[in-house]
Ligand binder design. Sequence first.
Ligand SMILES: [Zn+2]
Length: 228
Amino acid sequence: MREGLLELFQEVFRELRPATAIPELKIVFFPFANVNNTIRLREGRLLVRLSDLLEGAPDVVLRAIAHILLAKMYRKPIDPRQSARYRKYVGSQEIVRKTHLVRQIRGSKRLRSASGVFYDLTAVFEDLNLRFFHGLMARPRLSWSQTKTRRILGHYDPAHNAIIISRIFDHPAVPRYVLEYIVYHEMLHLKHPVRLRGSRRCVHSAEFQAEEKLFPKIDAANAFLKRL
Ligand SMILES: [Zn+2]
């Protein structure tokens, strides 16, 4: 393991939970098919798997990852500066290119997956889950559409418990909040199943619409979508 990495995670843990004893930590670099980092708690032990694409990342970036993972694990607010630092690094040309390359090698059978070139739907989902649903929504299958369709921007398929998002949003010109708005809308479909009101299918109920308006940048997102 990389020198000082364990200490770095321990420090971040202490910042987030000063009153709690630090659990045993195991951190490994793992050859995911894309930039991915996971954390699990098993029998009191924290297991962290970091993408091996980040093995050479500067300490500040690894610290940001530690913060994001541990804050997620313990349902603490994620410091926006830390997530910005992480995203900036992962979005840097060098990492994007590296990711693209290893995905071709490692991920050939994962053609339709939640991780795009620029955005990872799993990360977007989990972020929204924390911000709007107390992290309580069970994650459905998430996938980018196979083609860059403008006809369907997003779709929740209850039969397969899957959210499909048009690949046109997996693009650097698309602000993250626009993609978030599309995913958020589909998440509301999970939360508010289609009801029959008389003989009419009620897809966007009053509760659905009220909750959709809680999305902070809804006007800006809609303005962007109009220009698509
Ligand atoms: Zn809808």
